[in-house]
Design a protein around this ligand. Structure first.
Ligand SMILES: Nc1ncnc2c1ncn2[C@@H]1O[C@H](COP(=O)(O)OP(=O)(O)O)[C@@H](O)[C@H]1O
Ligand SMILES: N[C@@H](CCC(=O)OP(=O)(O)O)C(=O)O
Length: 372
């Protein structure tokens, strides 16, 4: 951990704001003190780069808009996020400036991150900010994210950002100092120091957000984030924001999730975990075998059915003839264009409708096979 050179740190709303809404400037400063010092201290191999994934926009916007608690409707959440994100970044800008550090705001949605051009842009911006010594402050782009394209929780976003920037470590900071074997507010529960894989979670009661009322996903989304990151080869520390200094100094704190896999850095992890399908395409048995076993592109000839109202570029699920999801991909046609192409060879389609119709329904580079 001490040798981690690139660290993604995610901080939850409950660690930055008061329960009634409003930023707690002292807590923001305390977090920035820890991050700036870790950056300055560096490792034997060079400086430490920090990417901060910060929640808190909605919570920070509540009291300025006269809202007493997090509203249940998306429109007012977006209004609160719009006001709160500005305040949040202004606070970080002032706080990091005490150390001569610049911050750069990066707002992402689940939807655009799984698209090739947007994914590359996000990657390039983050790399460039780090190369210039700035601290990227990432959040979901709440004001434009509609219900279908929302992450909703920043834990998963942080895991995917860690993968995107090829981080050495993901630190999830919350109001609780680790994963407990049951509801931590109840007596008799204890902290789990290390998780080596799913078996260590058997019997653990993983609950939703606590009483404070500003957090969203509770432990469910943190454990899911840890699963995504560790599966992609990135270890995760989950601890309380007040223990951030200890965690970054490599001292034993919170819960350490060991890596379980190693996965090449590509945007398909985003397609798998971040996108919500806008429709479904049914494949015949030959196309299922081609896509799942031979990892080829999906051509119109192998498609037997289309559901949903998607547009070219949207994520769709690919189903076998029994309706089981076998893959997810970015489709190259609008839903209304597909019915007349079904079962036809690309050569026929090109001859009849023009070369634009020679394209794959889903290109293999835009396709992730879902196992299990
Ligand atoms: N098994 C568990 N171990 C630890 N915390 C848990 C567990 N189950 C539920 N929780 C709750 O999850 C809360 C943290 O989630 P949340 O409020 O969403 O945090 P944040 O705003 O930091 O993302 C804790 O305060 C705790 O009440
Ligand atoms: N994008 C939202 C954060 C959503 C979220 O995941 O919140 P939290 O559970 O506090 O990490 C915001 O800034 O309010």
């Amino acid at each position: 951990m001490l040798q981690a050179r690139r660290i993604v740190v995610k901080v939850g709303s409950s660690s930055l704001t008061t329960a009634t809404g409003g930023l707690d400037a002292d807590r923001v400063d305390a977090l920035v003190d820890v991050l700036a010092k870790a950056h300055e201290r560096g490792t034997d191999a060079g400086p430490v780069e920090i990417v901060l994934v910060s929640s808190g926009a909605i919570a920070a916007g509540l009291s300025p808009l006269g809202l007493e608690k997090r509203p249940s409707d998306l429109a007012r959440q977006q209004a609160a996020a719009s006001v709160g994100q500005g305040l949040l970044v202004a606070r970080y800008t002032a706080s990091f400036a005490r150390y001569g550090l610049r911050v750069g705001q990066v707002l992402l949605t689940a939807d655009d991150a799984s698209r090739r051009a947007h994914y590359r842009n996000a990657y390039r911006t983050l790399e460039q900010l780090l190369a210039m010594g700035a601290v990227p402050v990432v959040n979901e782009n709440d004001t434009v994210a509609t219900a279908e394209i929302r992450f909703g929780d920043n834990d998963r976003l942080a895991a995917l950002v860690a993968h995107l920037v090829r981080a050495d470590l993901l630190v999830l900071l919350s109001d609780v100092d680790g994963l407990y074997d049951g509801d931590p507010s109840k007596p008799g529960t204890s902290r789990i120091a290390e998780v080596h894989g799913p078996d260590d979670l058997a019997g653990v009661e993983i609950g939703s957000a606590g009483k404070a009322g500003v957090g969203t996903g509770g432990m469910v989304t943190k454990v899911e984030a840890a699963r995504i990151a560790t599966g992609a080869g990135i270890p995760v520390i989950l601890t309380a924001a007040r223990h951030a200094a200890a965690a970054l100094a490599g001292r034993d704190t919170g819960t350490l999730f060991h890596r379980t896999g190693r996965r090449a850095a590509d945007r398909l992890l985003w397609l798998e975990h971040a996108s919500s399908p806008r429709g479904a395409i049914t494949l015949d048995a030959g196309a299922v075998a081609a896509v799942v076993e031979r990892r080829t592109s999906l051509l119109p000839a192998g498609v037997t059915g289309v559901e949903g109202d998607f547009a070219a570029g949207d994520p769709v699920d690919l189903l076998d003839e029994n309706g089981h999801i076998v893959a997810r991909g970015l489709v190259n046609f609008d839903a209304r264009e597909l019915p007349r192409l079904l079962g036809r060879s690309t050569r026929d389609l090109a001859r009849e409708l023009g070369p634009a119709y020679e394209r794959e329904v889903v290109h293999r580079d835009d396709l992730v096979v879902l196992t299990g």
